[in-house]
Design a protein around this ligand. Structure first.
Ligand code: MN
Length: 191
């Protein structure tokens, strides 16, 4: 098996009550694992077997793209959280957010709203473009901004499996609560 499930950088109950231990068990232990298992099975015996995950995302399509992107997206997603840290970005990322969105609060409102507005499953991304400026990008299904030459900074998963056990249909409540567990020290390093 080429790709393996990354361990979480926190305990499974560390993000409660924003994300429950049960949701982590399914989302990380079952869904993320399934994308990895499917990817390993699908690339076996193909040219993609020797490619990095990023190269597979940029060059594959169909099922291999879907599983590779979901592996990358979930690893990136789970790494950005920490136990009840909340807070705000600092340094150059904070400056770029203020420059683009006016304030941190205005950015949070726009980002959450964009996630709420995605029809069906997908991901909402904060990215850095080729000019070093921030953009909010909406992607359906497994969509990943690496395919557009954009650098991911932050992402919220709006697939129902990310929140249905804890929030049922209340996607806006789930996305709003995620701001309380963002590890900005980690996110700052991605800019
Ligand atoms: Mn997910």
């Amino acid at each position: 098996m080429k790709f393996t499930l990354p361990e979480l950088p926190y305990a499974k109950n560390a993000l409660e009550p924003v994300i429950s231990e049960k949701t982590i068990e399914f989302h990380h232990g079952k869904h993320h694992q399934a994308y990895i298992t499917n990817l390993n099975n699908q690339i076996a015996g193909t040219k993609f077997e020797n490619f990095s995950l990023e190269t597979i995302i940029k060059e594959a399509d169909g099922g291999i793209f879907n599983n590779a992107a979901q592996v990358w997206n979930h690893t990136f997603y789970f790494e950005q959280f920490s136990s009840q840290v909340g807070g705000a970005p600092t340094g150059v990322l904070a400056q770029a957010i203020n420059e683009k969105f006016g304030s941190f609060d205005a950015f949070k409102t726009e980002f959450t709203g964009a996630g709420v507005s995605i029809f069906g499953s997908g991901w909402i991304w904060l990215v850095k473009n080729n000019e070093g400026k921030l953009e909010i990008v909406k992607e359906s299904n497994a969509g990943n901004p690496l395919t557009k030459g954009l650098k991911p900074i932050l992402t919220f998963d709006v697939w129902e499996h990310a929140y249905y056990l804890d929030y049922q249909n209340r996607r806006p409540d789930h996305l709003s609560a995620l701001w309380n567990i963002i590890d900005w020290a980690k996110v700052n390093t991605r800019f």
